[in-house]
Design a protein around this ligand. Structure first.
Ligand code: OXD
Ligand code: MN
Length: 595
C-alpha cells in the first residue's frame, strides 16, 4: 500500500462516488493477474485458449457497440473552444464534469473498483510519467498490465510525495443486489464519454471497455494529455513508431515515424529487411515521447510496454515478427474462435477450421458477407515477446533519433521518398499528411484527401495550430545539425491501378537510403518540393521494379503539386490565426519553386 496522501485521498473520494462492492489495489504480480483471468474464465467473460497452441493466452468478445475508439464521443474539455482547436470536439470542463458525475454516481455498485498505478515509460526514467487508473473492468486490468509497467513498482516510483495523472474509468454497468452480469458490460454509443481535461491533466472515461477508450494510458494519457504536457514543458508526445536500424558495418541509428491508420505502421516497426546485412529492431509501434538530451539531440522512449495491434491480415508472411509475438501470453479480442480453442482471422494464411465461431459468437459461415474476425479485432502482447525487440526498449535514457518519417496513403503526387530542406519545411510536411479516399466515405468524395496532420488528428490534446507552432519552436532550441532529418515516404503510389513499389520488407531499401542521408552522404539532389534521391541512390537490385517504374514512383508532377498546394491552402484555412507564419512561408517557397 501507499503512503501517498494525494493518492489515498483521491481513491477515497472516488470510492464515495462509485460505491463499489470492494477495492483492489493492483500489485501487477503474476499471481494477481492469474486470479483475475481465472475469475473471468469462471464467469464466462474470457476463454482460455488451447494451451498447446497458444500457451497462457485468452480470448474475449465485446459488445457490438464497443469495438473501436469513438471519436464522436471523445472530448477535449479545455477552458475555451479555441484551446481545443478546429480538429477536436470541445466541451466545457465544468459542464462535462457535472454531466459525468451524474452517471458516475453509484456506477460501480456490485463490482470491484481496481486501483492501478502505472508508469508510462521505463520505470524511473526522467522521460516517464506515473498515472493511476481506477476501473471496474477486470479486462482493462489484465490489458493495462501488458500495455504499461503496472503495479507496486510504479507505486514505488511515485513515492510518498509524487504526483500522478488521475485516470477514471467505469464501464457504466452497476449491478444491483442479485442482478446477473452480462458478458461485456458497457453503455450504448451515445452514452459513452472519453474526456480529457487538459488544464487539470485528468482523464474521465465512461461506458466503453475497449481499447483506447478504456486503456487510459494509451491514447488518452500518452497522446492527448502528454501532448499538452509536452507543449508546456518543451518536449514532444507523438503518434510514432520507433525502430533501430543497423547497417552492414554495424552502425546503428534510430528512426521515428508517423502514419495515419491503415498505412502499415506496425509492419514498418517490425520490418525484416530484404537487403543483405541490414537489421531492423523494434522499440515501439505506436507512440514516441521525445525530449532533448544534454547532447542537444532528441531522445525518444516508447511510453508503452506492449502491442495493441490490429489482427486481421497478420500472418507469418505479412509480418512474421508480429505473428511470432502473439503465439503465447497474448490476449485476443473479437477474432474468430476455432473448435479446439485456437484463434483465427482473415489473412492468417490458412482456411478457417469448420465449426469455428465468429467474433459475434455465431458459427462462422465461409459464404457470409461478414468477416469472422471484426475488422478492428486486436492482439495484446508484451513488447519483450517480439523476436526483433530492440534491447534498448527499456532504456531509461531512450534512444537518439536521427530521422523522422511522415507518410500517408497517396496513390498520386507524393514520391516514394523526399527529404525536407530544413526543420520548418519538415514541420510543413508533417502538417499535411493524409490519405486519399479510395471508396466513398460519408461526406467525402473519392480521391479527396483526408488530412491527418502528424497522424495526430484524433490525439492532439490542444489546438492543432498551436501544436504546429510548438514543433516550429522546438526546432529553434538546438543546433540545426543535431535535429533529426525529416523525410516524407509514400509506399502507395500507383500507375494505371498498379502499385509502383512492393512495400513490406522492401521498404528497407528506402530506410537504407535515409540512413545514408543521415550520414550526409552525397546521394540527394534538390527538387522543387525537397531533396530527392539521385538516380540509382536507392538500391533496387534483385527487385522486380524497373528503372521506369522507379522514375514514376519518384516523379514530381507539376500539375499534381499545384493541386496539392491548393488543397493545403484550403486545409490551412481552418487554423486561422493559429497557423504559424513559418508554415505559410514554407508553402510559398514550394509554390515559387514550382513556377
Ligand atoms: C491505434 C490507433 O489503435 O491509432 O493505435 O487507432
Ligand atoms: Mn495508433
Amino acid at each position: 500500500m501507499t503512503k501517498n496522501i494525494e493518492l489515498i485521498n483521491w481513491v477515497n473520494h472516488w470510492k464515495e462516488i462509485f460505491q463499489p462492492k470492494n477495492i483492489h489495489w493492483c500489485d501487477g504480480s503474476e499471481e494477481e493477474n492469474q486470479n483475475i483471468l481465472d475469475s473471468m474464465v469462471a464467469s464466462g467473460v474470457a476463454i482460455k485458449l488451447n494451451e498447446e497452441k497458444k500457451p497462457n493466452s485468452y480470448y474475449f468478445q465485446t459488445d457490438d457497440s464497443d469495438v473501436a475508439r469513438i471519436e464522436s464521443r471523445t472530448f477535449i474539455c479545455s477552458e475555451t473552444p479555441e484551446k481545443a482547436g478546429p480538429t477536436n470536439n470541445w466541451e466545457d470542463p465544468n459542464k462535462m464534469k457535472q454531466e459525468m458525475l451524474k452517471v458516475y454516481k453509484g456506477a460501480m455498485k456490485g463490482r470491484t473498483m481496481y486501483v492501478m498505478p502505472f508508469s508510462m515509460g521505463p520505470l524511473g526514467s526522467d522521460k516517464s510519467y506515473i498515472g493511476v487508473q481506477i476501473t471496474d473492468s477486470p479486462y482493462v486490468v489484465v490489458h493495462m498490465r501488458i500495455m504499461t509497467r503496472m503495479g507496486t513498482k510504479a507505486l514505488e516510483v511515485l513515492g510518498e510525495n509524487g504526483h500522478f495523472i488521475p485516470c477514471i474509468h467505469s464501464v457504466g454497468y452497476p449491478l444491483e443486489e442479485g442482478q446477473k452480469d452480462v458478458k461485456w458490460p458497457c453503455r450504448p454509443i451515445e452514452e459513452k464519454y472519453i474526456c480529457q481535461f487538459p488544464q487539470t491533466k485528468e482523464i474521465w472515461s465512461y461506458g466503453s471497455g475497449y481499447g483506447g477508450n478504456a486503456l487510459l494510458g494509451k491514447k488518452c494519457f500518452a497522446l492527448r494529455i502528454a501532448s499538452v504536457l509536452g507543449k508546456e514543458e518543451g518536449w514532444l508526445a507523438e503518434h510514432m513508431l520507433i525502430l533501430g536500424i543497423t547497417n552492414p558495418k554495424g552502425e546503428k541509428k534510430y528512426i521515428a515515424a508517423a502514419f495515419p491508420s491503415a498505412c502499415g505502421k506496425t509492419n514498418l516497426a517490425m520490418l525484416i529487411p530484404t537487403i543483405p546485412g541490414w537489421k531492423v529492431e523494434t522499440i515501439g509501434d505506436d507512440i514516441a515521447w521525445m525530449k532533448f538530451g544534454q547532447d542537444g539531440r532528441l531522445w525518444a522512449i516508447n511510453p508503452e510496454n506492449g502491442f495493441f495491434g490490429v489482427v486481421p491480415q497478420t500472418s507469418i508472411s505479412t509480418n512474421p515478427n508480429a505473428y511470432l509475438s502473439i503465439q503465447h501470453n497474448t490476449l485476443f479480442t473479437n477474432v474468430g474462435l476455432t473448435p479446439d480453442n485456437d484463434v483465427w482471422w482473415e489473412g492468417i494464411g490458412y482456411e478457417c477450421p469448420e465449426g469455428s465461431l465468429d467474433w459475434k459468437n455465431r458459427v462462422y459461415d465461409k459464404n457470409s458477407s461478414e468477416p469472422c474476425a471484426q475488422s478492428n479485432s486486436r492482439f495484446t502482447a508484451p513488447i519483450a515477446q517480439c523476436p526483433a525487440t530492440d534491447p534498448a526498449y527499456d532504456e531509461t535514457n531512450g534512444v537518439p533519433i536521427s530521422a523522422i518519417l511522415f507518410g500517408g496513403r497517396r496513390q498520386t503526387t507524393v514520391p516514394l521518398v523526399y527529404e525536407a530542406k530544413n526543420w520548418n519545411h519538415g514541420v510543413m510536411i508533417g502538417s499535411v499528411i493524409g490519405s486519399e479516399i479510395t471508396s466513398a466515405v460519408i461526406g467525402l468524395k473519392e480521391g479527396e484527401l483526408r488530412h491527418d496532420p502528424f497522424a495526430m488528428k484524433p490525439f492532439c490534446g490542444y489546438n492543432m495550430g498551436d501544436y504546429f507552432q510548438h514543433w516550429i519552436d522546438l526546432g529553434k532550441k538546438t543546433e540545426q545539425d543535431k535535429l533529426p532529418k525529416i523525410f516524407c515516404v509514400n509506399w502507395f503510389r500507383k500507375d494505371n491501378g498498379k502499385w509502383l513499389w512492393p512495400g513490406y520488407g522492401e521498404n528497407s531499401r528506402v530506410l537504407a537510403y535515409i540512413f545514408d542521408r543521415c550520414n550526409n552522404e552525397d546521394i540527394a539532389i534538390d527538387s522543387p518540393i525537397g531533396k530527392i534521391p539521385k538516380p540509382g541512390a536507392i538500391n533496387i537490385e534483385g527487385l522486380k521494379v524497373s528503372e521506369q517504374d522507379m522514375e514514376k514512383a519518384m516523379k514530381i508532377d507539376k500539375k499534381e503539386w499545384e493541386t496539392e498546394i491548393i488543397r493545403t491552402e484550403k486545409f490551412y484555412e481552418i487554423f486561422g490565426s493559429h497557423l504559424p507564419k513559418e508554415l505559410r512561408e514554407e508553402l510559398q517557397t514550394i509554390k515559387d519553386n514550382l513556377k
